[in-house]
Design a protein around this ligand. Structure first.
Ligand SMILES: [Zn+2]
Length: 202
C-alpha cells in the first residue's frame, strides 16, 4: 500500500509537472527534431556536392595504345601484302601475306607488343604455334610460327614479356627459317603492323 501511495504521489507530481511544462518540453523536442533534420539533410547534401565536384575518371583512349617491337632488333623479311601476290617458296603458290615476317640476328625471344590478356594459344599445320593477345576493346595482336610458348589462355601479360621463341613451326612459311609471323587487328580488321611499329617495311 505504501508503495502505491508513493507511486501515486510521484505520478501526481509528474502530471502536475507535465501540465506546467509539457508544452515547453514538446516544443523543445520539436525544435531538436527539426534541427536534427536540417543538419542531416545539409550533411547529405554536402556529401552529394563532394561527389559532384570530384573529377570525372579519365576516359580510356584505347586508340592511343602504342606497340613495341615483338622481337628485339628485328627486320621485316616479308611485309604485309594484301593488294598483290608474292611467290611463297614454302607452299609453291603466289599468295598475299597477312602480317609481317620478322627475324632478328640478336634474339629469338618473342615479346608481347603491349600489355594485354592471352586470348588464344593453339597450334595448326599452316601457322604453327600461335599466341593471340587481346590488348583492349580495339586491338588484338597475333604471334605465329612460335615454339616454347610460355603463356596460357587467360594470362595477363606485360609489355615486352616473353611469350615464346621464333621457330619454323608454320609449315606454310617453313622456308623463311625461324621467324615471327606478326599480325595486328583493330576492331577485328587486319591492319599493317608496320604502321604501328617503329620498323621499316621491306
Ligand atoms: Zn608470315
Amino acid at each position: 500500500m505504501e508503495n502505491n501511495i508513493k507511486i501515486n504521489k510521484r505520478g501526481e507530481k509528474f502530471l502536475n509537472f507535465m501540465k506546467k511544462y509539457g508544452y515547453y518540453i514538446l516544443a523543445a523536442l520539436v525544435i531538436v527534431a527539426i534541427t536534427l533534420a536540417v543538419v542531416l539533410s545539409t550533411t547529405s547534401r554536402g556529401t552529394d556536392l563532394n561527389i559532384d565536384t570530384q573529377e570525372p575518371s579519365k576516359p580510356v583512349d584505347a586508340y592511343a595504345l602504342t606497340f613495341d617491337l615483338p622481337l628485339a632488333d628485328c627486320s621485316v623479311v616479308i611485309g604485309h601484302i594484301l593488294d598483290d601476290v608474292i611467290y611463297n617458296e614454302s607452299t609453291g603458290w603466289f599468295e598475299t601475306h597477312h602480317g609481317l615476317d620478322l627475324v632478328s640476328e640478336t634474339s629469338n625471344d618473342v615479346l608481347a607488343a603491349a600489355e594485354g590478356t592471352v586470348e588464344e594459344v593453339y597450334t595448326s599445320e599452316s601457322e604453327g604455334t600461335v599466341v593471340v593477345i587481346k590488348h583492349n576493346d580495339v586491338y588484338t595482336s597475333k604471334y605465329a610460327s612460335l615454339s616454347d610458348v610460355t603463356v596460357k589462355v587467360g594470362d595477363t601479360v606485360t609489355r615486352g614479356q616473353k611469350i615464346g621463341i621464333t621457330s619454323t613451326s608454320a609449315s606454310y612459311e617453313v622456308k623463311t627459317g625461324a621467324h615471327l609471323h606478326f599480325q595486328l587487328f583493330m576492331d577485328e580488321n587486319e591492319v599493317n603492323p608496320a604502321d604501328y611499329l617503329n620498323i621499316e617495311e621491306k
